[in-house]
Ligand binder design. Structure first.
Ligand code: NAD
Length: 359
């Protein structure tokens, strides 16, 4: 039986639940950071965390990030996340995924789960046997399928908005763009950049994808440890988080950073280093929201969720963020965080007034 144990969440978080199913080996957490804008939504990550404390820290950080992402994407959803402790290559089983599905079901729709690192569409289908609150499915009436093409399109549109601000034109023809990570999102983004006439520099650990980019997209290859030695106009981090440190920010030749990777800034202070160096950083959680915008149609069970039209929300946000950053002197991430605070305060106020109106 899946057990749920409530833990006291830190201030500012709505709910933290420890989940366990001894039979299948399920151990993890579900965190609901905020339901101010709607039911919480965010993926489930499976990772061999060193300790339950490490998993707990991660779920809190990720759930809060989803509140930010979903608020600015304007999709009527709050922020939450789940983590499962274990190695997805060896510890995953149908029983474990179904036990996880039962834990999500027990929250009664307060939290919608989907794929994240270590969890595939097929895994979600197992969880969905126990709950309608598991989404990102490959088939079914409202199934939204692979979110990566939408994420890539959102990044591309934001990059054009950023180029407009930095270079005075959103044309990418002839711009040198370095794409780090040619996975689901990075390769799709590289294809769009090639079609737009950009000069591609690419980096990955996988030789096969590099060869493909060289052959099909005329890309130049850069070794993973030489990224910050390259001359480039735009840097698109599409691999892992933490790539921008004080040190790498100092070396970066790009004037614009716009990519899909989550948590690109190794620490909050790096935003100021980038700003001081005249580099515009487009906040990752705004830029990479295309995937959750696509999945939101499935959550809302909408027949007319116009994903393409909704995607334009994020490049409009980016234009607003850049304009406010320019006039206020604040970093782009500080401006984005202020916008989130405003949206959450308004949502809380609206809910209070509705309650009072009903009383
Ligand atoms: P993916 O696993 O398909 O691709 C990641 C790629 O990065 C792989 O090809 C890998 O070999 C490469 N890589 C890893 N370390 C590298 C390094 N040091 N140097 C160069 N390349 C390296 O992942 P994805 O789905 O394309 O997602 C990319 C990033 O975007 C992740 O950070 C993810 O969290 C984020 N993101 C993805 C989506 C989505 O819709 N898939 C949505 C939001 C955010």
């Amino acid at each position: 039986m899946t057990e749920l144990r409530e833990e006291t969440p830190p201030e500012g978080f709505e709910r933290l639940v420890r989940i366990e199913d001894p039979e299948s080996g399920l151990r993890g957490f579900i965190c609901i950071h905020s339901t101010a804008c709607g039911p919480a939504a965010g993926g489930c990550r499976m990772w061999p965390y060193d300790s339950p404390e490490a998993a707990r820290r991660d779920v809190l950080r990720l759930a809060e990030g989803m509140t930010h992402k979903n608020a600015l994407a304007d999709i009527g959803l709050g922020g939450g996340k789940a983590v499962i402790i274990g190695d997805p290559a060896t510890d995953k089983s149908a029983a474990l995924l179904r036990a996880f599905g039962r834990a999500v079901e027990a929250l009664g729709g307060q939290y919608y789960t989907a794929e994240d690192v270590g969890i595939s569409t097929d895994d979600m289908a197992q969880a969905a046997m126990e709950t309608p609150y598991a989404v990102g499915l490959g088939s079914g009436r409202y199934a939204s399928g692979d979110p990566s093409p939408f994420t890539a399109e959102g990044v591309f549109q934001c990059m054009k908005a950023g180029a407009d601000e930095v270079f005075g034109t959103d044309e990418l023809t002839g711009r040198r763009v370095l794409v780090q990570g040619l996975g689901h999102v990075g390769m799709a983004l590289a294809g769009k950049l090639h079609a737009a006439g950009a000069k591609l520099i690419v980096s990955d650990l996988d030789r096969a994808v590099l060869d493909r980019a060289m052959r099909d997209l005329g890309a130049t290859i850069c070794p993973p440890d030489a990224i910050f030695d390259q001359e480039m106009d735009i840097f698109a981090p599409c691999a892992l988080g933490g790539i921008l440190t004080h040190d790498t920010a100092d070396k970066l030749t790009a004037r614009l950073v716009c990519g899909a990777a989550n948590n690109q800034l190794a620490s909050a202070g790096v935003a100021e280093t980038l700003r001081a160096a005249g580099i515009r950083y487009l906040p990752d959680y705004v830029v990479n929201a295309g995937g959750i915008i696509s999945i939101a149609g499935e959550i809302h069970r909408s027949d007319d969720w116009n994903r393409e039209a909704r995607l334009t929300t994020i490049s409009r946000r980016i234009r607003d963020i850049l304009a406010t950053s320019r006039t206020s002197g604040k970093t782009t991430i500080a401006v984005a965080n202020d916008m989130v605070d405003g949206i959450l305060a308004k949502a809380a106020n609206d809910a209070r007034r509705e309650r009072e109106g009903l009383e």
